[in-house]
Design a binder for this molecule. Structure first.
Ligand code: AMP
Length: 201
């Protein structure tokens, strides 16, 4: 299956991406994680992306699209994938559609995780991640950057919901609740309700 996971920062995309991709037996590809790995590895790509990320802005489409194209060309993504955090602009969505079409493929499902903004701010300000054995706040989870990221989401990413609705691919799900409840809603919404259950996770 080829799936896109849409939703604002703090909606739980990363967590759900891992679980859903595991159930579907496809790799979870997070553009945010790829960028963060490049920033810590101080690669050329990381150097280009860092200032945008720190400011809560999107990394320019040409950089992001080229990176995703390379990742999707890797063997593990041939039979399917779950994209987390891409596309984030209409231009990225159009590029994704044409690169997949060149290979004779299309997306099977676009899942939008819906969470109201008050809850997002609450979740993001309390969010910590484990780095070198310590729980730290992501630089871009600082309050002023969170505000900008939510604004960028509303302006540049939210229109994707209409784009994919027109394509007949959009499934919107309520992403408030226990993690496994949200996963079950997501699997059901993508018509994959039974996938992966036998594996016991
Ligand atoms: P995330 O972990 O998905 O919240 O992404 C963290 C940051 O990486 C974002 O705030 C952007 O600066 C950058 N980023 C991730 N995915 C994209 C994308 N598809 N397009 C542009 N920038 C992105």
């Amino acid at each position: 299956m080829r799936v896109v996971l849409l939703g604002p920062p703090g909606a739980g995309k990363g967590t759900q991406a891992q679980i859903i991709a595991g159930r579907l037996g496809v790799p979870a590809i997070s553009t945010g994680d790829i960028f963060r790995a490049n920033v810590s590895g101080q690669t050329e790509l990381g150097k280009k992306a860092k200032a945008f990320m720190d400011a809560g802005e999107l990394v320019p489409d040409e950089i992001t699209v080229a990176m995703v194209k390379d990742r999707l060309a890797e063997p593990d993504a041939k039979a399917g994938f779950l994209l987390d955090g891409f596309p984030r602009t209409i231009a990225q969505a159009e590029q994704l559609r044409s690169s997949l079409a060149e290979l004779g493929h299309g997306l099977d499902c676009v899942l939008e995780l819906v969470v109201d903004e008050e809850e997002l701010v609450r979740r993001l300000s309390g969010r910590r991640m484990l780095v070198d054995g310590e729980m730290v706040q992501r630089d871009d989870d600082k309050p002023e950057t969170v505000r900008r990221r939510l604004q960028v989401y509303r302006q540049q990413t939210a229109p994707l919901s209409g784009f994919y609705e027109t394509e007949g691919l959009l499934a919107r799900i309520d992403a408030i609740g226990e993690i496994d409840e949200v996963t079950a809603r997501a699997m059901e919404a993508c018509g994959a309700g039974d996938a992966g259950r036998a594996s016991g996770d």
